[in-house]
Ligand binder design. Structure first.
Ligand code: 6PG
Length: 487
């Protein structure tokens, strides 16, 4: 009997995807490399353990594995992003038949996926780079799956990928075709960037409730549970409450024993790098990435606190509206973060001719993935409206909500800074909102300075756009000026 699909890489995500596929009626061939002393007997352990008695074909040789899959073959790789993917593809190429499909489900860099689509198609095969979100649980029970790459391959893989995807409340699977090239991985990258932003925002809310209100873990969990019943309803909010209530084996709150240094594997950083490359603001996610970096240098912070803020005393507040203000600030900042993220997606789509459907992307994120939330329904609705909003905050619902949240949002950021409590994401979002809604920014000063010291030229408000001028500011300048090109 031949398998409907093959999967390489039996770490936790890979194993769970196999079990998910098998439970939906597919026969799956599995393979894992053997590295003496490091990775040994992985396939055997799986087929005799969690995979026992199931329609799973365990293979310890890669050619045997390929032979066991129906053509056109669908081979999904769940291996570490980077070189491992290229090495594996090199091993697969000589074994494949024309039209076979390689699916990379790791967190690969989208530029690698762009390249891999070309390299694979050149050889007569097809390549799909897909985002898979939802962690272990999602992989087993339904993930959010964001495939992009060789478009003609979509029809072949669709019946499997949509069956193993999470299902949104309205019954649609959280998996649809994203676009060409590395667009699937680009979309997953922005998903992860938003995930960084959401987590930073939640951590700031936790910090403020803890220090300004002197609430204990149980009380904060109760606030989060309450918020989770409203417009902030989301998976991350839900598990934040669970984290706060969780006790370790000594009966203590585990959260209080976890070192405050955040790790990162790179997708948040890539989101910011790519936003910069596209010339797009992604300030909230950037603040989240930088805050993780700052958090990781614990020793420096401990020393700085001792040297520079010895006498700091955080004043608690009795302000009754504080909890409500945090909710307002959190919601408005979340709106800003998603608006920034989706604007980057739109820009990438325009630049790379991907023709991304933002409403469809929002729909794929409604269930299964880490940032899943009710709020993504509203975003999808906004992008589906007959008149697509130029900016997410122009959508009538969101425009009204931010206007209404502004008072509490401003008040909260002021209170937090006054108390010397850092709120990098909440304040970054507020600054973005204020800059966005300021018709005349002080960038005229920047342009004047650039022209003064470097003859970089400027446009004038009394002249048509696109005409560039240079001023001889000191009377001693020459006639040459630099070009007006922009990166
Ligand atoms: C998901 C997650 C996942 C990601 C982890 C770790 O969508 O299931 O985004 O893909 O790898 O969250 O990310 P960091 O280590 O960078 O926080």
């Amino acid at each position: 009997k031949k398998a409907d699909i093959g999967l390489i890489g039996l770490a936790v995500m890979g194993e769970n995807l196999v079990l998910n596929m098998e439970s939906k009626g597919f026969t799956v061939a599995v393979y894992n490399r053997t590295v003496p002393g490091i990775e040994e007997g992985v396939v055997e352990r799986f087929v005799n353990g969690r995979g026992k008695g199931k329609n799973i074909i365990g293979c310890t040789e890669i050619n045997d594995f390929v032979e066991h899959i129906k053509t056109p073959r669908k081979i999904m790789m769940m291996v570490r992003a980077g070189n491992a993917v290229d090495q594996l593809m090199e091993q697969l190429f000589p074994l494949l038949s024309p039209g076979d499909i390689i699916i990379d489900g790791g967190n690969s860099n989208y530029e690698d996926s762009n390249r891999r689509v070309i390299e694979t198609e050149k050889r007569g095969f097809r390549f799909i780079g897909t985002g898979v979100s939802g962690g272990e649980f999602g992989a087993l029970n339904g993930a959010s799956i964001m495939p992009g790459g060789s478009q003609p391959a979509w029809n072949d893989v669709k019946p499997i990928l949509q069956r193993i995807a999470a299902v949104a409340e309205d019954g649609t699977p959280c998996c649809d075709w994203v676009g060409p090239g590395g667009s699937g991985h680009f979309v997953k990258m922005i998903h992860n960037g938003i995930e960084y932003g959401d987590m930073q925002l939640i951590s700031e809310a936790y910090f403020l409730l803890k220090h300004l209100k002197k609430m204990d873990n149980e009380a904060i969990a109760t606030v989060f549970e309450h918020w989770n019943e409203g417009r902030l309803h989301s998976y991350l909010m839900e598990i934040s409450a669970q984290v706060l209530r969780h006790r370790d084996k000594d009966g203590d709150y585990l959260i209080d024993k976890i070192l405050d240094t955040a790790g990162q594997k790179g997708t948040g950083k890539w989101s910011v790098i790519n936003a910069m490359e596209l010339g797009m603001p992604l300030g909230l996610i950037a603040s989240a990435v930088f805050e993780r970096s700052l958090s990781s240098d614990k020793n420096l912070r401990v020393e700085a606190a001792k040297r520079l803020a010895k006498d700091r005393k955080i004043d608690t507040t009795t302000d009754l509206s504080l909890v409500d203000d945090i909710e307002q600030a959190l919601y408005a900042s979340k709106l800003v973060s998603y608006a920034q993220g989706f604007a980057v997606l739109q820009k990438a789509s325009d630049n790379f001719s991907w023709n991304l459907d933002l409403a469809s992307i929002a729909r794929m994120w409604r269930a299964g993935c880490i940032i899943r939330s009710a709020f993504l329904n509203d975003i999808s609705d906004a992008y589906q409206a007959s008149e697509k909003p130029k900016h997410l905050l122009f959508a009538p619902k969101f425009a009204a909500e931010t206007a209404q949240a502004l008072k509490g949002w401003k008040g909260l950021v002021i209170t937090a800074l006054q108390a010397e409590l850092p709120v990098p994401a909440l304040s970054s979002a507020l600054n973005y909102y204020l800059s966005l809604t300021t018709a005349n920014l002080p960038a005229n000063m920047i342009q004047a300075l650039r022209d003064f010291f470097g003859a970089h030229t400027f446009e004038r408000i009394d002249m048509p756009r696109g005409e560039f001028f240079h001023e001889d500011w000191t009377g001693k300048g020459g006639n040459t000026h630099s070009g007006s090109y922009n990166v």
